[in-house]
Design a protein around this ligand. Structure first.
Ligand code: DX5
Ligand code: ZN
Length: 219
């Protein structure tokens, strides 16, 4: 099996020491930066926007995995490409014309992802699986870091993994929310490829060792 990718979520970083925390991720065994953009409409919280992403991009030396928790994301696809996003993930629940949005993301040279809220069945994606580079399964209700992992996620990962095999598709399965060393291996075994971890990494006494540990237990 391929190695599991670890994507620390910058949402849990210390924004007063952002450069320090970005440098820490550069130096860690992490694979990607996970960037949570929230608009206060699609989710009940506002995180940060373009100027902060630009600042992160100036220092980040790993791919930017940008997770848009915003309504009508089509308005900003080009902007996020210009800001250096490698992967751009939109929410299924925020896209009326999902297929069109995915093509627009790819036309801008980015990998295209779709995120599903905990209540959204994976079966709803079956007609676009071939167009996707990544499916992000939310394992908490989006909007905040530090929430408890929803156990039903395992079933969704297994179901999505089966659909992927049936269709011979090759998108990555990403899990976002409440990931810790307690569930990382089980998620990998269920079929996950990318694990996002925010508070578990940044609130740890030794974030570098915590990333290394997550990496080690999922290989
Ligand atoms: C939640 C965000 C997550 C969040 C994860 O809306 O999409 O990426 O930062 O944080 P933890 O790992 O603390 O649950
Ligand atoms: Zn996220």
């Amino acid at each position: 099996m391929a190695q599991t990718l670890i994507a620390p979520s910058v949402l849990a970083a210390d924004f007063a020491n952002l450069q320090r925390d970005v440098t820490m991720i550069n130096q860690s065994m992490a694979d990607w930066f996970h960037i949570d953009i929230m608009d206060g409409v699609f989710v009940p919280n506002i995180s940060f926007g373009m100027p902060v992403l630009k600042a992160i991009g100036t220092h980040a030396q790993k791919p930017l995995d940008v997770h848009l928790m915003i309504v009508d994301p089509d308005r900003y696809i080009q902007t996020f490409a210009e800001l250096g996003a490698a992967i751009l993930t939109v929410h299924y629940e925020a896209c009326t014309h999902l297929h069109r949005s995915l093509q627009a993301i790819k036309q801008q040279g980015m990998k295209a992802g779709v995120a599903l809220n905990p209540h959204t069945p994976v079966s709803l994606l079956k007609d676009v699986l071939g167009d996707l580079d990544l499916v992000c399964l939310m394992s908490v209700n989006p909007g905040f870091g530090g929430q408890k992992f929803i156990e039903h996620t395992y079933q969704k990962v297994r179901e999505l993994n089966s659909l992927r095999q049936e269709q011979n598709a090759n998108f990555l399965i990403e899990i976002d929310g409440g990931v810790t060393s307690d569930n990382a291996l089980a998620l990998k075994e269920a079929g996950a490829d990318v694990l996002v971890a925010g508070s578990f990494v940044f609130n740890a006494e030794d974030p570098l060792a915590t990333v290394a540990h997550l990496k080690k237990i999922t290989q």
